[in-house]
Design a protein around this ligand. Structure first.
Ligand SMILES: *Cc1c(COP(=O)(O)O)cnc(C)c1O
Length: 400
């Protein structure tokens, strides 16, 4: 009661508090607990590497879905476009609207499936470009767009072996022929997606390419128009020009990671994302002390322990508990006990006179040492893509 009256009676005061918080004071506060640093120079470098590699005749589509793999979609999109990307790709309508609301005018492809009239209307309104995956979907788009009196560029997806979205490749002629006949749809590109481009065994990838080629020949034979063609994600792009067609769709590589170790010598890529947190308390624990939930770590001797202000709610997977190494003063330090929602503990025996407020690097460079998302991924038996897009919005993104 008192609280609500106070708030009502002093609107100026409450707005002053919030504007102070969102202004420079917030910038000061941001590095107090845990944060993500985005290295813009590294991002520019990676975009330029791909830009040069694919040459001027191939468009570079920056894939910025899932908040640019956790890096912050708006800034990444702006930077990538300035550095030479031509197109953007996102997965959902909401992600596309976020970019348009930020004032981005570059062409944006929605990679995901769209089926409701409301979404179609929004796509037209925001000048986004949809992927069409079936003749039924093409018909629906045409009907809704006819009611709106609008024409939309559309991108047709063939399934050549990924077995996710798309029309089966043998039906390319029917699909393209239908879209060609629908007055509200403008055929902008034809594409497919590879299932095994990061596998050293290229048999499946080559089979998919063969199917794509066959589909394109069948369109030629049927005297249908051939729009822009694209097939490559980061891994296929790194396989060389035969995979580039009119455009490449690059995600992971822009963020400075290699899709697979055997593709690591094609370009010089630099990781863009760093995750750091601070030590918020230092304790000395006696021998036989169980640490954190479940006491998965028990001390064998008197030892200094640090509590670090980051946890699984920030995107540090709990399954890394007791297996994670972090960097303090450029030295590897072992994380101990279960990682909790907001905090985790580290073994500070190797650090001379550790201090509260010291910075802990979870992913990134500290001194001569570097930890990448690949390290976490291999410990967890997953892929770096999942690690990167797992960092949550509670971690402020700071440009460096
Ligand atoms: C996510 C995605 C990409 C980008 O893949 P990377 O391996 O991160 O380069 C390309 N194409 C499609 C259809 C995707 O969904």
């Amino acid at each position: 009661m008192v609280l609500s009256r106070d708030v009502k009676s002093s609107p100026e005061q409450s707005s002053r508090v919030s504007s102070t918080l969102s202004g420079y004071r917030l910038a000061e506060l941001i590095r107090q607990r845990a944060w993500v640093e985005i290295d813009q120079a590294a991002l520019v470098h990676n975009v330029q590497q791909f830009r040069q590699y694919v040459g001027p005749k191939t468009n570079l589509m920056a894939v910025v879905k899932a908040d640019a793999y956790g890096h912050g979609a708006i800034r990444v999109a702006q930077t990538a476009l300035q550095a030479g990307a031509d197109w953007l790709a996102i997965a959902t309508l909401g992600e596309g609207i976020e970019l348009r609301e930020a004032g981005i005018t570059a062409p944006i492809l929605i990679l995901g499936g769209i089926n409701s009239p409301e979404e179609i209307e929004a796509i037209a309104h925001w000048r986004l470009q949809p992927t069409l995956c079936s003749p039924e979907q093409a018909q629906l788009f045409n009907d809704i767009l006819a009611k709106l009196g609008k024409v939309l560029p559309v991108h047709l997806k063939l399934d050549t072996g990924m077995t996710r979205l798309g029309t089966p490749w043998p039906q390319a002629v029917n699909f393209v022929g239908l879209v060609q006949s629908l007055p509200q749809l403008q055929l902008a590109s034809l594409y497919s997606h590879l299932a095994t481009a990061d596998d050293p065994n290229t048999a499946t990838m080559l089979q998919q390419q063969q199917r794509f080629t066959t589909a394109i020949s069948s369109l030629r034979q049927a005297q249908l128009p051939i729009p822009q063609l694209h097939l490559a994600n980061s891994a296929a792009t790194l396989h060389g020009p035969a995979w580039h067609y009119d455009m490449v769709r690059v995600g992971l590589g822009l963020y400075g990671l290699y899709p697979a170790p055997h593709l690591g010598d094609r370009l010089d890529l630099k990781p863009v994302l760093t995750v750091r947190a601070k030590i918020t308390q230092i304790r000395t624990i006696p021998p036989g002390t169980g640490v954190s939930y479940g006491h998965q770590f028990v001390s064998e001797e008197t030892m200094p322990m640090g509590v670090v202000g980051i946890g699984y709610a920030d995107g540090v997977p709990r399954n890394l508990s007791n297996q994670l190494k972090v960097l303090v003063r450029g030295q590897p330090v072992q994380q101990i006990g279960a990682i909790t929602m907001d905090q985790m503990m580290v073994d500070l025996r190797g650090i001379d006179n550790p201090q509260v407020g010291e910075v802990v690097t979870l992913i990134g460079q500290d001194g001569d040492r570097q930890i990448t998302a690949d390290h976490w991924a291999s410990t967890l038996g997953t892929i770096s893509w999942e690690i990167l897009c797992g960092f949550k919005h509670r971690l402020p993104r700071i440009l460096v």
